[in-house]
Design a protein around this ligand. Structure first.
Ligand SMILES: [Zn+2]
Ligand SMILES: [Zn+2]
Length: 253
């Protein structure tokens, strides 16, 4: 368990008296990263207005019990999970990759707005608490970026999300075992089979000691086909992890 996580939280308005917060807001007015509306008070710590946060699209219907893709026509497993064995036990996403959530993730990932990890992580943690076995998670592992990409972006977005999730005390973050061993081209234009080939053997994990526990929560920002999560889970299982549950902020349809 991570007992010190909360102490590392980044600056937030509650550390300062209301007077100073108001004065700061007058001097440096802050706006919502998504809709540009003026925001103030404790909301400034999150960089997002409550309206945009509340509009994050969620799927309330049935999902594939394995990969978490929405199943509007019902059923237990999607077409692909009936045919392919996955390395993760199951995968879930907090919302859909649409609307304000899509825009928030775009800003978080490509515009350097790393502070959006906080509202996005909070959004994920609500889903995490509904996942069966969440209280048995022993470590949170972010999907790694290739070091060149990490250097260019300045941070790994999945790791930022993992750290916010860890602040809830569920488990510590372990980001030094799983590595990306090949620089994979962008997957946005690839179809399902190409993504799978692109991701095969993309990750490698150092041996997983028993002291880190048996059940891992694998974290990423967006899940499209699940190929990246599957490849990471495969590497972790090979290294000695017993089971992997995956959680992403959004599911792309
Ligand atoms: Zn807004
Ligand atoms: Zn599925």
């Amino acid at each position: 368990m991570n007992s010190t996580a909360a102490s590392s939280s980044s600056s937030n308005g509650q550390r300062f008296p209301a007077f100073f917060r108001s004065a700061l807001h007058l001097l440096f007015p802050q706006t919502c990263a998504v809709c540009r509306q003026d925001i103030q008070g404790t909301e400034t710590a999150h960089g997002l207005c409550p309206t945009c946060y509340d509009r994050f699209p969620v799927w309330a219907g049935l999902v594939c019990q394995c990969c978490g893709v929405p199943l509007p026509d019902g059923g237990e497993h999607c077409y692909h999970c009936r045919r392919e064995k996955r390395s993760f036990s199951f995968s879930r996403s907090a919302g859909l990759y649409e609307g304000s959530l899509k825009e928030c993730l775009r800003l978080f990932k490509y515009s350097g707005k790393d502070y959006l990890a906080r509202p996005l992580g909070r959004f994920m943690s609500k889903t995490l608490l509904t996942i069966p076995g969440h209280d048995e998670i022993s470590a949170i592992v972010p999907v790694p970026l290739h070091f060149i990409k990490r250097r260019l972006r300045g941070y790994n977005q999945a790791e930022r999300l993992a750290r916010v999730l860890s602040e809830g005390g569920i488990a510590p973050v372990c980001s030094d075992r799983l590595k990306r061993r090949k620089h994979t081209p962008s997957q946005t234009r690839l179809n399902r089979d190409e993504r799978k080939r692109n991701m095969s053997d993309a990750f490698l994990s150092r041996p997983w000691p028993a002291s880190l526990g048996a059940r891992v929560l694998l974290v990423d920002d967006v899940c499209t086909t699940g190929a990246t999560l599957d490849s990471c889970a495969h590497a972790l299982i090979e290294a000695g992890v017993k089971s992997v549950i995956a959680l992403t902020v959004a599911r792309q349809l």
